[in-house]
Ligand binder design. Structure first.
Ligand SMILES: NC(=O)c1ccc[n+]([C@@H]2O[C@H](COP(=O)([O-])OP(=O)(O)OC[C@H]3O[C@@H](n4cnc5c(N)ncnc54)[C@H](O)[C@@H]3O)[C@@H](O)[C@H]2O)c1
Length: 315
């Protein structure tokens, strides 16, 4: 009997999968049995991740693709189908953030962030849908497919700036618009919204800020890429066949925290600060970027380091 979350013989792509959240998604799908194409602009690290996934006993290839480039996105989709025979799961996760106040924010940065996070996700959704619709025409039983986008809690709270928060709000509403249109093809379109995740995107976040985030999060620890493993497998599997147009918030309760009393703890959190950073340290090593024992390198995203240091009065 097929297990509920089994992805054996399913084929997936994950964009932005060289490190961070995308790598964790790719590993989770592979552990559930899927073959996974690791899609990214970082070829060296992406090849390493594909190699790591092959050790899990499934097929995996690295495919270079800038999700902002429609020609590269279509070529990537063709390559996935050529390599695996068909596409079942498209995880559109690649994203960037560029901090800065909106009153002096350069248009070029706005276009970069909106371009990758919003336009890039839409290009990948459309490319996946074209494959699913074409496959339905030859399948005896139209299987459709699963599209999973990465949005963010930033679609619900204003914690970054207009380009990032706005791009993620766009991803959530785009997900709903596409889910409404493509249900007729048996295509589910959903998104996952993480909170602050200890991926390389947060490699320049000071420990004082991590402590503050923990203290404002009911589950009491900082989110790790692997905390999204269960949610992505759920949305990729038959277990979620009647779930579409949903934004699955995975934030440890962080966005519930407009409370007047401080959060306390009766038992230690499930994850310790030492365990929180394992994936981050792995990724910094894979990127060949030096970091300290907390996985921190303030020069990796200096603008994030400087903004947090100024806000928290850290020298
Ligand atoms: N880290 C967080 O706190 C957090 C929270 C909520 C949502 N997110 C979102 O999750 C997603 C993944 O973030 P992460 O934390 O793993 O980031 P990360 O910076 O650690 O990794 C992002 C990966 O995407 C790749 N990438 C960047 N631009 C690309 C492009 N144009 N085409 C293809 N690949 C590209 C990078 O090379 C990298 O491998 C993003 O959409 C991000 O906005 C992150």
């Amino acid at each position: 009997m097929k297990k509920q979350f089994d992805l054996t013989n399913k084929n997936a792509w994950v964009t932005g999968a060289s490190v961070g959240i995308g790598r964790a998604y790719a590993i989770a799908l592979a552990k559930a049995g899927a073959n996974v194409a690791v899609v990214d602009i970082d070829d060296r690290t992406g090849e390493k991740t594909a190699e790591e996934i092959r050790t899990l006993g499934v097929k995996s290839v690295f495919i270079h693709c800038n999700v902002r480039n429609p020609v590269e996105v279509d070529a990537m989709a063709d390559k996935v189908v050529e390599t695996f025979g068909r596409l079942d799961i498209a995880v559109n996760n690649a994203g960037i953030g560029i901090l800065g106040p909106d009153e002096s924010y350069p248009l070029s940065d706005w276009e970069k962030v909106i371009g990758v996070n919003f336009t890039g996700s839409w290009l990948c959704c459309a490319a996946a849908a074209r494959k699913f619709i074409a496959q339905n025409k030859v399948d005896k039983k139209p299987l459709g497919g699963k599209i999973i986008n990465t949005a963010s809690m930033s679609a619900r709270i204003a914690n970054c700036n207009a380009s990032y928060d706005g791009s993620k709000g766009g991803v959530v509403e785009m997900t709903r618009a596409l889910a409404a249109q493509w249900g007729r093809h048996n295509i589910n379109v959903n998104c996952i919204s993480p909170s602050y995740i200890l991926s390389p995107m947060h490699a320049s976040t000071p420990v004082e800020v991590r402590e503050r985030i923990r203290s404002l999060t009911p589950m009491g620890y900082m989110e790790r890429p692997e905390d999204l493993a269960g949610p992505v497998v759920f949305l990729a599997s038959d277990a979620s066949n009647y779930v579409t147009g949903v934004d699955l918030l995975v934030d440890g309760g962080h966005t519930l925290n407009a409370w007047l009393t401080p959060l306390g703890r009766d038992v230690p959190p499930r994850v310790s600060p030492e365990e929180e950073i394992k994936s981050l340290v792995h990724d910094m090593n894979a990127l060949e970027v030096p970091c300290n024992e907390d996985g921190i390198n303030f020069d990796y995203h200096p603008e994030i380091a400087n903004a947090y240091k100024a806000a928290f009065g850290i020298k």
